[in-house]
Design a protein around this ligand. Structure first.
Ligand code: NAD
Length: 317
């Protein structure tokens, strides 16, 4: 039951990772300002969430089934909410895809877009009309730094997040007229199942269609530096949840919210050079010419930016 004055928050993809932690953090809000509807495709995967939610489960947190790839599931979920009333929609569900382009089928690419792009569009289309009518609402999208800066061998994942950024940047203007505020959360690497699944999948694949040199670059150059970067700069799902809560609680939230300020220079470099050449060449040199130096720098960063310092890198404010 939603208590008077409580905001109804619907979150997608709550069986693990960032979605789970956002759900729990909001449900445990000391002032009990939120009623969280934590959704997932399969309620058989609810145990971790229920355990983390503790005694908030059944009080400020309830569960619902929702597959962002299904029109029917999205409709059913929203129709199941009292008066279809959602104050805050948090689009978190997403999947990754990494590897040489030649070895990835169009079907796999479509699945990424179906989840990361159309999944969000589907959710927004379902709740936006009521928010516009009420002239009140918040839409939050968990995007990625890769929605602002492309990253080698993440071509399709990055494209799906860029698509989301463009979609939301366009929509945010119209929705502001209706007092519905759109905000993007842009994490860098975060230690979740996302990273684990990526490494497991990559290990199992043999990349048919990709030439030997590309596979070598992927396995021997890209993957080790990706693991280094995750280890050195990776945030926790709680870091992202804290950032999301701050965005929700801000009276005038920013549109873009990088969760890891260590990525600010990369984004600044991109916007400083309208030709785009600087980013392409900087990433090329970093990966292919300065690999060993990058390893040393990233490891140095890991030791210099101890946990407490890294926590302070969370924007906004
Ligand atoms: P995760 O794999 O733990 O969580 C993703 C969740 O989405 C899972 O619970 C999964 O079951 C759910 N999901 C997938 N397809 C779905 C569908 N069709 N319908 C409903 N739910 C579905 O990974 P995470 O890191 O917590 O990812 C959450 C979001 O954060 C994603 O959008 C991801 O792109 C983004 N992100 C993650 C990282 C990272 O390094 N982990 C970095 C930047 C952005």
């Amino acid at each position: 039951m939603v208590s008077p004055g409580q905001k109804v928050v619907l979150i997608t993809g709550c069986s693990s990772g960032i979605g789970l932690r956002i759900a729990v953090m909001l449900a445990k809000d000391e002032k009990k300002r939120y009623h969280v509807i934590a959704t997932m495709r399969d309620l058989k995967r609810k145990d971790k969430l229920v355990e983390a939610a503790g005694d908030t489960y059944g009080k400020t947190l309830s569960l619902a089934v929702l597959d962002v790839c299904s029109d029917e599931s999205v409709k059913q979920c929203i129709n199941g909410i009292e008066n279809r009333h959602v104050d805050i929609l948090i689009n978190n569900a997403g999947i990754g895809l990494v590897g040489p382009l030649e070895s990835i089928s169009i079907e796999e690419m479509k699945k990424v877009f179906e989840t990361n792009f159309f999944g969000v569009v589907r959710m927004i289309k379902e709740v936006m009309p009521d928010m516009k009518k009420r002239k009140d609402g918040r839409i939050i999208v968990v995007s990625s730094v890769m929605g602002l800066q492309g990253v080698v061998f993440n071509d399709v994942y990055s494209a799906s997040k860029f698509a989301m950024e463009g979609f939301c940047e366009s929509l945010a203007v119209q929705l502001l007229k209706f007092n519905v505020i759109v905000s993007m959360i842009e994490p860098g690497p975060v230690h979740t199942e996302f990273e684990v699944k990526m490494i497991q999948e990559v290990k199992q694949r043999d990349f048919p269609g990709a030439d030997a040199e590309t596979v070598r670059l992927f396995k021997e150059v890209y993957l080790p530096s990706s693991v280094d970067i995750f280890e050195a700069l990776g945030q926790t799902p709680d870091d992202i949840a804290r950032c999301t809560k701050k965005v929700i609680e801000a009276s005038s939230p920013r549109f873009r919210n990088l969760t890891n300020a260590l990525y600010t220079p990369i984004v600044a470099m991109k916007y400083a050079d309208e030709t785009g050449t600087m980013s392409v060449h900087a990433f090329y040199h970093l990966l292919f010419n300065l690999g060993p130096l990058m390893h040393v720098s990233v490891m140095a960063m890991k030791y210099l930016t101890c946990g407490c310092l890294r926590r302070r890198t969370i924007s906004p404010n």
